[in-house]
Unconditional design. Structure first.
Length: 470
């Protein structure tokens, strides 16, 4: 973070200096919510949380070098006291991040949103932008009202780009995040079914995602909206922004497009990138055809920053997977391939994962281990049955459904009359591991996908420690 005195932070956050806090003391280290990450010059933000109270770790944070603690009740170390509880502390954190961004006019803020693909696209952007200049981006899916400002506060005077993943649990959330760090470039990937239970319908989801393009500055001030031309709900957002619109996709009319898409023998996409009147071949290190759109979104941003087709293609080809449990492909010594895509799931990402499994499984026996998709609301049963039909139609040999809430997946698969595979329903992760341990043979491929609460990454981790029987 840029160096700020405690009295300046108190002014920004509307807090009071307490507990021997010195007005001229400097915070120039990281801003953290975990006392174990405290370091010399840091600011520790104490939140009560569901399981632990950060105030109980205030002394440990200062002992580790933190200059002070931002908190909502008095502690026995230098602190900045905010009136209220966690909500007010989080609001103060947001104000601090907003003030820091305002001090960094040389840093371009780039926001990415969508129902799926946000983290992968953000990871791609972080890597390709890092070739141009110092870049700050969140780890994993650090994209909410706490993770967002904490990421922003890692920026300093040397930062050239801040690439942010902006998520929403309801209307107004993205607008709030954009007020913390106003983006110049906004990327909207897709409008799908994720969090349908919270939003109610796709129209409301589209309204929430479009808050990103509404927050962009007008075209004459450099604002750029990067929109997926292949998603009608996203393309329609062009009418909601004063920024200049750039489209990407497979459509022939897209400003940045991919031609001749295919997958290599390991499931990694190859295509010709067409942008700015030029073209260049791209071979991604990411797995799955759905990664093409993520790569094109990153390509559009790079082109807006002055990079040509050849340079963009080179950058995309060198970027690799970063965040865990997203199409992680690992081969065991016995030849069994484990595809760990267990971080989260919605109907669209389930479909993409099943298509990828089909592409990777040519000539091999395939297992799809699927947990339920959370937050679908009234569409829960229908969408799970649809995923089951997709699994059967894609030719999965063995479908393993995990947990009672995934029962609809098995029912959907059973409705496909000509499917020659089988379904095994298990109660939990332990049963899934046991079933796979008994059934997997050398050269089989198994893919794991479900919402985060299903915990299917545990299946992948345990599978990697076991070899199949001959």
């Amino acid at each position: 973070m840029i160096a700020l005195t405690l009295d300046r932070i108190a002014e920004i956050t509307r807090s009071r200096l307490c507990g021997s806090a010195q007005p001229a003391a400097i915070v120039d280290g990281p801003v953290v919510v975990d006392s174990r990450q405290a370091a010399p010059g840091s600011l520790f933000v104490a939140l009560r949380g569901a399981r632990v109270d950060g105030h109980d770790f205030a002394e440990a944070a200062v002992a580790a070098g933190a200059t002070a603690v931002l908190c909502s009740r008095p502690v026995d170390v230098p602190h900045l006291l905010v009136d209220g509880g966690d909500d007010e502390v989080v609001a103060a954190l947001a104000e601090l991040a907003r003030a820091v961004v305002a001090e960094l006019p040389g840093a371009d803020v780039i926001g990415v949103t969508g129902s799926s693909g946000k983290t992968t696209t953000k990871d791609l952007l972080a890597q390709v932008l890092g070739r141009i200049g110092p870049t700050v981006a969140p780890p994993g899916s650090f994209n909410n009202e706490i993770g967002h400002p904490l990421t922003v506060l890692r920026a300093d005077e040397t930062t050239r780009f801040i690439a942010l993943e902006v998520a929403a649990r309801g209307v107004g959330h993205i607008a709030h995040l954009c007020r913390i760090a106003p983006p110049r470039i906004g990327v909207v990937l897709n409008v799908g079914s994720a969090h349908m239970g919270e939003f109610g319908d796709r129209e409301t989801i589209a309204r929430a995602k479009g808050e990103l393009v509404e927050a962009l500055p007008p075209a004459e001030q450099g604002g750029v909206a990067v929109l997926n031309a292949d998603d009608a709900a996203v393309a329609a957002m062009a009418g909601r922004t004063a920024a200049r619109v750039v489209t990407y996709g497979l459509a022939a009319t897209a400003d940045v497009r991919a031609e001749g898409v295919d997958l290599d023998e390991t499931g990694r996409p190859r295509f010709t990138l067409v942008v700015g009147g030029a073209s260049a071949p791209v071979h991604l290190r990411l797995v799955g055809a759905h990664q093409v759109h993520n790569a094109l979104a990153a390509a559009a941003v790079l082109h807006e920053l002055g990079r040509d087709a050849a340079d963009i293609a080179e950058a995309l080809g060198e970027a690799g997977p970063v965040s865990r449990w997203r199409m992680e492909v690992t081969e065991r010594p016995d030849g069994v391939t484990v595809v760990n895509d267990a971080y989260n799931a919605n109907p669209e990402s389930m479909a993409a994962a099943l298509r990828t499994l089909a592409a990777l499984a040519t000539g091999r026996r395939s297992f799809a281990v699927l947990g339920h998709m959370a937050e679908l609301g009234p569409a829960h049963r229908t969408e799970h049955e649809r995923v089951g039909r997709l699994a059967a139609e894609s030719g999965v040999d063995v479908l393993v459904t995990v947990g009672d809430q995934a029962a609809g997946i098995a029912d959907g698969a059973a409705s496909v009359a000509d499917w020659k595979g089988e379904t095994v329903a298990v109660a939990d992760v332990a049963e899934a591991v046991a079933v796979l341990g008994e059934r997997l043979r050398p050269k089989d491929i198994v893919m794991l996908k479900g919402s985060r609460v299903a915990g299917l990454e545990q299946v992948a981790e345990q599978l990697m420690g076991v070899e199949a029987a001959e």
